[in-house]
Design a protein around this ligand. Structure first.
Ligand SMILES: Nc1ncnc2c1ncn2[C@@H]1O[C@H](COP(=O)(O)OP(=O)(O)OP(=O)(O)O)[C@@H](O)[C@H]1O
Length: 576
């Protein structure tokens, strides 16, 4: 388009005419004339700040430059050989970082596609960075979308980068000195730059969240751990301390996000975060959204060491484990005091009583940065060595079902613990410490203190648990009828909290309307006499099972070879 045509079109738009330009372009033209007093015939060189000013701008933007570096490098590699230039500007529009081809450096510098160029709209007229700062949205300003006649060969696609409090912090711009005439030729550039911005915001949030929980969210399980769409940073009571821009979709009604509770948008509380850590399968980490949708979640525990021997926070993860049960209250008080120490802990209790949950809660309150969870069933020496090889700094080692440890692995574990003083083991077992068939040397390294969780049938807070678990699973309207409630309160719960959760899940699925009635409750599992508590002495178990190895294995919840090994170790033989 000839220069005069460009000027004519601007004047036409100023007069209220429609010329087919994107509305954000026409609005920017209007601002250029009416707000900044620019002349449509202007042809001005790029505005470059002084060296000293650039130093200041770069210093102020230092953190964002660091957070953006990796994404910019990756983006630059993606567009290699296509003459694209990448600019990172601060929120004032000054270019504080740059990636471009050295071959064109003089031309880039002259056009303002270089460090120190100031692309704010009131100086440069309609341009990618300037329009992006004003609209706070991604934009492409293509060729004669630019107001200033000096820039009408450029094509600039820019996306805003927000800090974790939701304020505009920077702009990432991808530009071409010369481009095809069609604006849609830049659609791919737009998608590349918006993806890069998402990763920059994520890197920025992660860098400042070492002391808090981060919950990363994704629509699909495949991208959850590698390239999630958004993330929120949470304090110990589940309030949002920071977020990446994508998290706005959690609160479609708008308004400020900082300080909101996560359970306003998602069907989870901060106590559930340990269940969303990376050691769980991605497909299992589903989070219900309050609006009926679902997302996949990846929770990252606080990384930085906490101040030593700090008492657990009020309303923290350990406090949330029970209602008004005196045995649990005592246990939680002990757990809270032991959590910030390095004392190795053994948590015992029947299956499903919440041993793993308590272990994770202790880790959250403790001082360890790292967290490694290992299932002892089927654990090999190689897997143990591999998992513990690259650990650095204080780390919680959660060993689930320690009674399943094979002898060879038990020996290897003893050496691992001896060799890594930063490892704090927290083990769980369905057996009491006295019946654990493990080398004494190892038991002393694992059971500095023992915390025993009561079975659900002995807890006095079953009513509280019913309400809490129901509220976490179902919208507010769903409630239990008095008879359904009485039935649940009267059950034995051999599967403890896990069984309770499953019964509620089934009842919620089966109930019509918003009342769970007695017929909606699945009947209690028929427990065979073989599946009682697995805490009796081995000889008693064997006798009860008629010295049948398979039955004894089922009753103890272990495999046959473990029973055989225990019998040998205890010097027991069938009387027959
Ligand atoms: N205090 C609690 N409040 C609510 N839910 C709980 C509580 N403790 C545990 N749960 C839930 O009960 C289920 C079983 O808990 P967990 O896995 O910690 O039990 P466990 O004792 O380690 O079981 P197992 O010995 O069979 O591995 C989990 O889904 C957990 O989220």
């Amino acid at each position: 388009m000839a220069r005069s045509q460009h000027v004519d079109e601007i004047e036409q738009v100023l007069g209220g005419g429609q010329t087919g330009r994107d509305s954000f372009v026409s609005e920017s033209w209007r601002r250029c004339v009416e707000l900044y007093g620019m002349d449509p015939t202007r042809h001005e060189p790029a505005h470059i700040v002084t060296e000293a000013e650039l130093r200041d701008h770069r210093m102020q933007a230092e953190r964002m430059i660091g957070a953006a570096r990796t994404s910019m490098q990756a983006l630059f590699r993606q567009v290699a050989g296509q003459n694209y230039v990448l600019l990172l500007t601060d929120a004032q529009g000054v270019c504080v970082d740059f990636f471009g081809d050295d071959m064109f450096i003089d031309e880039l510098r002259k056009s303002g596609l270089y460090l120190g160029a100031n692309w704010s709209e009131n100086l440069a007229g309609t341009c990618g960075v300037g329009a992006c700062i004003v609209t706070q949205e991604p934009v492409t300003i293509h060729q004669d979308d630019h107001f200033d006649n000096a820039h009408t060969t450029l094509s600039c696609t820019a996306a805003p980068i927000f800090d974790s409090l939701g304020a505009l912090a920077a702009v990432l711009d991808i530009s071409l000195l010369r481009s095809p005439s069609l604006k849609r030729s830049q659609n791919l550039a737009m998608s590349l730059v918006t993806n890069a911005v998402r990763r920059v915001e994520m890197a920025n949030l992660m860098a400042e969240s070492r002391r808090d929980w981060v919950l990363r969210l994704s629509d699909s399980p495949e991208f959850l751990d590698v390239d999630p769409e958004t993330a929120i940073r949470l304090d110990g009571s589940g309030r949002i301390l920071g977020y990446t821009r994508g998290a706005r979709r959690l609160f479609p009604e708008g308004g400020p996000i900082i300080g909101r509770r996560v359970d306003e948008a998602l069907g989870l509380s901060v106590d559930d975060l340990p269940n969303l850590m990376r050691d769980r399968r991605t497909e299992e980490r589903v989070i219900e959204m309050r609006d009926g949708g679902a997302l996949f979640g990846h929770a990252i525990a606080p990384q930085a060491p906490r101040t030593a021997l700090r008492p657990p926070r009020q309303g923290g993860p350990i406090d949330g484990l029970s209602g008004n049960d005196p045995v649990m209250a005592r246990l939680q008080a002990q757990a809270g005091k032991l959590a910030p120490t390095q004392v190795p802990l053994l948590i015992t209790g029947e299956t499903g009583t919440g041993k793993t949950k308590l272990a994770r809660a202790i880790h959250m309150v403790g001082r360890s940065r790292g967290f490694l969870a290992l299932d002892c069933a089927g654990l090999t020496v190689e897997r143990l060595d591999e998992a513990c090889r690259d650990l650095s700094g204080p780390t919680t080692l959660l060993l689930r079902r320690i009674e399943e440890l094979e002898e060879r692995v038990a020996v290897a574990l003893t050496s691992v613990l001896d060799g890594q003083s930063d490892l704090r083991p927290i083990s769980t077992s369905c057996l009491n410490v006295g019946t654990l068939d493990l080398p004494r040397t190892l038991i002393h390294r694992l059971a500095g203190a023992v915390l025993h969780l009561p079975p659900l049938r002995q807890r006095q807070d079953l009513g509280w648990l019913l309400e809490r678990l129901l509220r976490r699973r179902a919208p507010d309207e769903i409630r239990l009828s008095p008879s359904a409630r009485a039935t649940l309160l009267g059950r034995d719960w051999p599967g403890n909290l896990r069984e309770l959760e499953q019964v509620l899940d089934v009842a919620i699925a089966l109930c019509d309307g918003d009342v769970i009635d007695q017929p909606d409750l699945p009947p209690p599992l028929e427990m065979s006499p073989d599946m009682g508590e697995a805490e009796e002495p081995l000889e008693q178990v064997m006798e009860a099972c008629g010295w049948n190895m398979s039955r004894a294995a089922r009753r103890l919840g272990v495999n046959r070879s473990t029973v055989l090994r225990r019998l040998r170790r205890a010097g027991l033989r069938s009387p027959a």
